[in-house]
Write a protein that binds this ligand. Structure first.
Ligand code: ATR
Length: 281
C-alpha cells in the first residue's frame, strides 16, 4: 500500500486564495484519461510562507505545480532554473521538479495563442492587433503575438506609462503605444482585438469600446472568463464578429503545463472544454 502511494504523481496549483481554481478539474480529468495515477490538488499558500512552502513541495517529491496569483513573480527567484520565456515575462506559472531541481516555465502565452489558432482558424495574422491592458496577462499575450509574426501591436492602457514600460521591457520594436481614448479608432486598422484588462469581469465595470469601425473579419478575444459573455463579447456578437472567450486560454495553458510534466499532450477533443463552458454560462 505504502509503495503504491509512493508511485502516485503529486501535482497542484499554488495560490492565495485558491478555492476558485479550475485547474484541478482539468488535470485530474486528463491524468485519469491518460492512466496516470496521482492527484492534482489546490495548494493554499500565504505569500509570507512561499519559500518554505516550495521547499516542502520539493521535500514531498511533487512532480510539479502551477503557480497563480499572487505568486507568479515571487516564485521566479526561488527556483533552480527558469526558461527564457518566463524570464522575459518575469513570471512563472508552471514548475517541474526534475530530479530535485526546480525548473520554471510560463505557458500563459502558449495558452492564449493555441486557443486563438484552434477557435478562430482564419484570424488575420497579416494585420495589426489591438491589445488592451498592460498587466502580466498583456505581457504574455504580446510575446505570443510577436512569435505569431503579427506586423504591429497597438497597445492601449489606462495608465500609459505601464504600456511604455512593457514596450521597453519586452524590447519589441513594432509595438505602438496609444492613448486609452484612441482605442475605438484603432479598431478600424486591426484584425484582432484582445482585452487583457480586468474590465468586464464580475465586480468590475464593463470595457467601453466601440466596434463600429471593425471590418467584418475582425476577431474579438476577451481573456475574462467570469462571466464568459462579457459586454465586449456581446457587442462583438451583435456586430456579427467572431469571438474568442477566456476559458480556452486557461484550458490551453493547462494543456501546455501537462505536456511539460508528462512529455505528452492530453486528449483535448473529448468535450471537456465544452462541459466547462456550460458551467460558466
Ligand atoms: P494581470 O496581471 O492579471 O493582467 P493587472 O496587473 O492587475 O492584472 O492588470 C490589470 C489591467 O486592467 C491593467 O492594465 C489595468 O489598467 P492600469 O494599468 O491603468 O491600472 C486595467 N484596468 C483595471 N481597471 C481598469 C479600469 N477601471 N479602467 C481601465 N483599465 C483598467
Amino acid at each position: 500500500m505504502q509503495n503504491m502511494e509512493k508511485n502516485k504523481v503529486k501535482l497542484g496549483v499554488m495560490g492565495w486564495p485558491i478555492e476558485q481554481s479550475l485547474s484541478p478539474d482539468l488535470h485530474n480529468h486528463w491524468m485519469k484519461a491518460s492512466d496516470i495515477k496521482g492527484r492534482y490538488k489546490k495548494l493554499a499558500c500565504e505569500p509570507e510562507n512561499l519559500k518554505g512552502f516550495i521547499a516542502d513541495l520539493k521535500e514531498k517529491k511533487y512532480l510539479g505545480w502551477n503557480v497563480t496569483i499572487p505568486h507568479k513573480t515571487a516564485t521566479l527567484s526561488l527556483l533552480d532554473s527558469v526558461d527564457e520565456r518566463a524570464k522575459v515575462l518575469g513570471a512563472v506559472n508552471t514548475v517541474k521538479n526534475e530530479d530535485g531541481k526546480l525548473c520554471g516555465y510560463n505557458t500563459d502565452g502558449e495558452g492564449f495563442i493555441q486557443h486563438l489558432n484552434n477557435s478562430a482558424t482564419n484570424w488575420r495574422r497579416d494585420k495589426p492587433v489591438l491589445v488592451l491592458g498592460a498587466g502580466g496577462a498583456a505581457r504574455a499575450v504580446i510575446m505570443a503575438l510577436k512569435d505569431a509574426g503579427v506586423p504591429k501591436i497597438y497597445l492601449c492602457n489606462r495608465t500609459k506609462e505601464k504600456a511604455d514600460t512593457i514596450k521597453r521591457d519586452l524590447d519589441i520594436s513594432n509595438i505602438d503605444v496609444a492613448n486609452w481614448d484612441e482605442k475605438s479608432g484603432i479598431v478600424s486598422e486591426v484584425g484582432l482585438v484582445v482585452n487583457t484588462t480586468s474590465l468586464g469581469m464580475d465586480g468590475c465595470p464593463p470595457l467601453e469600446i466601440s466596434l463600429n469601425l471593425a471590418d467584418s473579419d475582425v476577431v474579438v478575444y476577451d481573456i475574462v472568463y467570469k462571466p464568459l459573455d462579457t459586454a465586449l463579447i456581446k457587442a462583438a456578437k451583435d456586430r456579427g464578429l467572431k469571438t474568442v472567450d477566456g476559458l480556452g486560454m486557461l484550458f490551453h495553458q493547462a494543456v501546455a503545463a501537462f505536456e511539460i510534466w508528462f512529455d505528452r499532450k492530453p486528449d483535448i477533443n473529448d468535450g471537456l472544454l465544452d462541459e466547462l463552458r456550460e458551467q460558466f454560462l
